[in-house]
Structures are given as structure tokens and as C-alpha cells.
Design a protein. Sequence first.
Length: 288
Amino acid sequence: MTSITTDSSTTARGTPSTDEQLSRLEPLLTTIPQAEIKAKRTIAVMPAYNAESTIERTLCDIPVGTIDEVILVDDCSSDRTVEVARSLGITVIEREQNGGYGANQKTCYRHALERGADYVVMIHPDFQYDSRLAGIAVDFLKLGICDVVLGSRIRTRREALEGGMPVWKYVANRILTTVENIALGQNLGDFHSGFRAYSRAVLETIPIEENSDDFVFDSQFLAQAVHFGFRIGDVPVPVRYFEEASSIPFRRCVTYGCGTLGVLSEFYAHRVGLINSPRFQNATLGDD
Ligand SMILES: Nc1nc2c(ncn2[C@@H]2O[C@H](COP(=O)(O)OP(=O)(O)O)[C@@H](O)[C@H]2O)c(=O)[nH]1
Ligand SMILES: [Mg+2]
């Protein structure tokens, strides 16, 4: 095993010692004490809509010991989502009105923060994303490497298509993700993943109540994370495509794609001062 010298003096030739060089490195590489990490609370949130047949499977795959509490928010499902979730012993919140995917996430995050989450991982209860990765995604937050971690569904083209991703979804995803990476200065594999982990500061900073109640909430959220300077990373996440796991019709996906391009325009228009968007302002931080 390699050991690091504890001698912090400058060497005889005037070059900085190893300790001095290491202390100047990015805080990214700072060692966080294990006790500090263990004291943190991780909550998984599940925005649910008609998920009675898949909740249990999604839940069972979350590795024991990685999550302190699971909150399922039901958006007025017409099936037995609430009864099934209750029978599994997780926290269940019922929204009074069907508000949409974005509205559901707002409720998820509000409750997670109220219940003391330091880290929040969103897992769709439709058994689409591999929930075995919940703890691994959160570990990147715990180590201080990222503030936001996305599960990337597209490790390779072949894997995505052979895994059942529809070709039109794949093509649209590649185009949108490329445009977003360039526009937002990122290098992410999949901007449209539904498997996401956040540290508390992200959810406290981003004014999510200003966001859409529909699917474009997700795109707004990532543009806001970039705007507020949070570090976004990704891990590959295997996905399954089957009827219950993928129900958004083509027309809504087109609306979502156009909405995403609108978000990028809004991001830039706000940055250059053409507009003053409340989505890119924060009461505590002030505008940047
Ligand atoms: N609240 C709400 N959630 C929805 C609605 N339609 C889909 N969802 C949720 O949005 C998530 C993504 O939808 P899904 O059909 O799985 O999309 P895909 O996996 O991207 O093809 C799922 O977790 C659903 O529960 C809706 O009309 N209202
Ligand atoms: Mg799905």
C-alpha cells in the first residue's frame, strides 16, 4: 500500500512538498470522514401514477441499508397504487388533484426536505430504471464529487436499442442531449433520464415551484442546476422497456422536446439580460 509522507516542508530545491501540492488540489478530492457520511439521511422519492403492478419490484431492488426512507407520492392514480404502496410499509403521500409529473415531483421534494433528507434519489416506480444503483448514485453525492447524479440510459447505441428503446426516442434523445451539452457546457450521456439523485442544497436552491407541472420540469431543473453552478455527473443505468414502464405518447414527447429547446432559450435570454426569469432566481442567493 502506498503511504503519503506527512512532511509538509518545502523541499531543499524550493519545490513544494507533496503535502503542499495536495492541499492545493480541488476540494473535489477532499476526504470526508466516514462518520460524517454515515450521519447523513438519504430519502428515495417515487413520483407515482398507476404503478400498482411495478412498485414492489422497484422497491425490492433497492439494496438494503442504502436508503433511510422511501416516499411515494401518488398523483391520483386510478388503480391500487396507494393500497399497494401502503402494504409495503413505505411513506405514502396522496395528492389531492392529478397535477402531472412535474407537480408530483414538487410534492416529492417538498416532503423529502421536510423529512430531513440530506440526499434525495428519484426512482420511477414503474420498474424501468435499475433501482439497485440508488446507493451508488448517492455515493457520488456523499463523496462531494457531484451535486446532481443522473442515470444514463445510453451507454452505447447498441445496448440502448437492443434493450428496447424505440428508435425515434433514441434519435430524439441523441439530438436533444447533444444540443443541451453544448448549450449548457456539460458532458452528460442522457439529459432526459428519470433516475436522478440530488444533494439537499440543490433542492433548497432551485426554485422548483416556478417550474412546469408537466414533463418539461426535468429539463428546467437541469438548466437551473447548471445556472446555479451545481456539478452534474452521470452513471450508466440499465433500463427495461415494457408497456407499464413507458406510456408517454409520441405527441407528448414532441411537446416535451420543443419545451426543452424553449428552456435553453430561456436560460440564455436570462443570462444575457434579455429577460428576467423567476426560474433562474433564488431568494437566498439573489440573481447571479
Ligand atoms: N403525475 C403523472 N405522472 C405521469 C403521467 N404519465 C406518466 N407519469 C409518470 O411519469 C414517469 C415517466 O413516464 P413514462 O411513461 O414511464 O415515460 P418514459 O419512461 O420516459 O417512457 C412515470 O414514473 C410515470 O409514473 C401523468 O399523466 N401524470
Ligand atoms: Mg418509464
